[in-house]
Design a protein around this ligand. Structure first.
Ligand SMILES: [Mn+2]
Length: 260
């Protein structure tokens, strides 16, 4: 799908991943990729419940993201359709079993496009405030929409992903993450951290590292978190954070004249 776009903007992207401490599974369940050249980035969170069946869902999420990255080569740079990328990578991910949430975000001109399935997601911060935030898709509390492969059969469908298009501006900051971030850091705190980083001129990777670090810290402390609030709303007793793999990508939207 060709899109009519305005001003030519670009995302300056940085990433940081803190896997859950587990010596037998050092890579965790999250995976991500990004391409400055193509102006696209994505995260995936393998569903941990598969461990009970002896399946490492991290292998699924990593292959899903690698296949997405490979499919980027077939797209025109600065014109990547995230939904198409998600469908293609899903169809190509049949070598390992498991399932995963996924969120892929691209920039074409001044249009941000995204495909979001499950409870990973992103927010756009403009002028210090949240301008846009994805809604988590869940069947029930802590049971997100997902895509996967098991016994040579598809699980879920990438077409269930929310297809998002929105205009962005120079100075916008996009925070893309797995639920490990959004379950443990309130929106207002993400805004604050991003604001402080901008004051210091931190590059996106440092911003991502600070956000991920805060998520892990919050998850280990006895304090109220978004996960606790969501659990309460669902009638489930859970206090504090949710210790999880945490992946954060930060993209600063700038004029492409300064970039590639
Ligand atoms: Mn997670």
């Amino acid at each position: 799908m060709e899109m009519e776009t305005g001003q030519d903007l670009m995302m300056l992207i940085g990433a940081y991943y803190i896997p859950k401490h587990n010596p037998s599974k050092p890579l965790g369940d999250d995976a991500y990729f990004f391409s400055h050249e193509a102006q696209v980035m994505g995260v995936a969170d393998g569903v941990g419940g598969w461990a009970r069946k002896g399946i490492d869902a991290g292998k699924y999420s990593r292959l899903l993201m690698r296949n997405a990255e490979d499919s980027v080569e077939d797209c025109r740079p600065h014109d990547v359709d995230p939904m198409r990328l998600l469908v293609e990578s899903f169809m190509n991910t049949t070598e390992v079993e498991g399932s995963s949430t996924a969120c892929i975000v691209s920039l074409a001109g001044d249009l941000l496009r995204a495909a979001n399935l499950g409870d990973s997601g992103f927010m756009v911060i403009r002028g210090g405030k949240t301008f846009y935030k994805t809604e988590a898709q869940q069947h029930s509390f802590n049971y997100p929409y997902q895509i996967g492969w098991r016994h040579s059969t598809n699980i879920g469908s990438p077409e269930e992903a929310e297809d998002i298009v929105l205009g962005v501006e120079v100075g916008d900051v996009i925070v893309l993450g797995t639920d490990g971030l959004f379950d443990n850091v309130f929106e207002e705190d993400i805004e604050k951290i991003v604001g402080l980083c901008l004051e210091k001129n931190d590059p996106p990777e440092i911003m991502a590292r600070k956000l991920a670090g805060t998520a892990v810290k919050n998850s280990l402390e006895d304090k109220t978190t978004p996960f606790e609030v969501a659990a309460y709303d669902a009638g489930v007793g859970h206090f504090g954070g949710k210790y999880d793999d945490v992946t954060v990508l930060v993209a600063c939207v700038c004029d492409s004249i300064f970039g590639i």
